[in-house]
Write a protein that binds this ligand. Structure first.
Ligand code: PHE
Length: 344
């Protein structure tokens, strides 16, 4: 049995030498030193030995056990270190690999255009006045000199809500009355504001018209504001927006809330007026509706039209973005197609 013990010792030590993983180490431990391990089993046989041999065998067996346990502990440390080193090696980052790009969001082309407009108008002394998207029929039409059943209402196809008299604004012009009432000090203060915002029209969606779009309204009220002020202001704006040489023209038109009314064109900045696809070979591009604030509207805003006058205009940021970037279909704006949006 003593020989068996020595052989077991030699074999176990040799096996331990070959162990390189903690898993194999655990196996070796239970196979050798565990409760059902080889050493335990051999020790159980001690009763079968002649009495005089038992003491020697027991002593040797304990030595072997201790030696194996020590060897195990030493091996365990070694294997751990080895495994840690391997983990670090495998987990290493290759710093020469190209980095993974992170997608960065951008501003919507409409927002970009609006901000450009805010800058220009701010430099020219206009403050932003924010009106509301959900409007009363009265503000959107009646107070703007468009009585109920008046045929001029057909100019704006309207989204109605389930509440009678509450609609989605079809243009930013109702903000004129709100601004006059809120900032005008009962008709005693001059006003110079722009009113940006989304407008809604119950319209057939085509390449040129959407159900929703931005407008940027302008309003100036003072004691001596004349048509020449409107012309000069808009011309200056066009130069800042489209370049120092931008030519502007004013065409007579009709809006119920301005008198006289006009439409404003800029000379096509793509072809310089000679005619191209963008301006439909007209040489001119329409950028805004405008006019002198109608006396009735001034009165509705709290001003005495015999003392006060003003001009107003309404321009379309999406149209301007389309012209500037050669966008051929307005539906791209709210289509949320990244292939479109990422170009800006
Ligand atoms: N509100 C008009 C429209 O939507 C534009 C406009 C604004 C015209 C201000 C004159 C003055 O068509």
């Amino acid at each position: 049995m003593l020989e068996q013990l020595e052989k077991l010792y030699q074999d176990a030590m040799a096996e331990l030498e070959a162990v390189t993983s903690s898993e194999a180490l655990r196996e070796w431990d239970s196979r050798t030193l565990g409760q059902k391990g080889a050493v335990t089993l051999l020790l159980r046989g001690i009763g079968g030995l002649p009495k005089e041999e038992r003491a020697d065998f027991g002593k040797r067996a304990n030595e072997v056990k201790l030696a194996l346990a020590e060897a195990f502990a030493a091996r365990e440390t070694l294997v751990r270190e080895h495994e840690l080193a391997r983990d670090l090696e495998e987990g290493q980052i290759d710093v020469t690999l190209p980095g993974r790009g992170r997608a960065v969001g951008g501003l919507h082309p409409s927002t970009q255009t609006l901000r450009e407009l805010y800058h220009i108008w701010a430099d020219m002394g206009f403050q932003v006045y924010r009106s509301r998207d959900v409007e009363s029929d009265e503000m959107n039409f009646t107070l703007l000199n468009i009585p109920e059943h008046h045929p001029a209402r057909d100019m704006w196809d309207t989204f109605h809500t389930t509440t009678p008299g509450v609609i989605l604004r079809t243009h930013t012009s109702p903000g004129q009355v709100r601004a006059m009432r809120e900032l005008g000090g009962d008709g005693s203060q001059p006003i110079r504001v722009i009113l940006p915002g989304m407008c809604y029209r119950y319209e057939q969606v085509t390449t040129r018209s959407e159900m929703q779009f931005h407008q940027l309204e302008g309003l100036a009220i003072g004691r001596n504001i004349r048509m020449s002020d409107l012309k000069g202001t808009v011309t200056e704006f066009a130069r800042r927006m489209f370049g120092a040489n931008a030519a502007v023209r004013f065409r007579a038109s009709y809006f119920p809330f301005t008198e006289p009314s006009m439409e404003i064109d800029v000379e096509c900045f793509l072809c310089g007026g000679s005619g191209c696809r963008v301006c439909k070979y007209a040489g001119w591009l329409e950028i805004a509706g405008a006019g002198m604030v109608h006396p009735t509207v001034l009165r509705n805003g709290g001003y005495d039209p015999s003392q006060w006058s003003g001009f107003a205009f309404g321009m379309g940021p999406e149209r301007m973005a389309m012209l500037k970037h050669g966008i051929t279909d307005i539906r791209y704006f709210w289509g949320n197609d990244l292939r479109f949006l990422e170009q800006f």
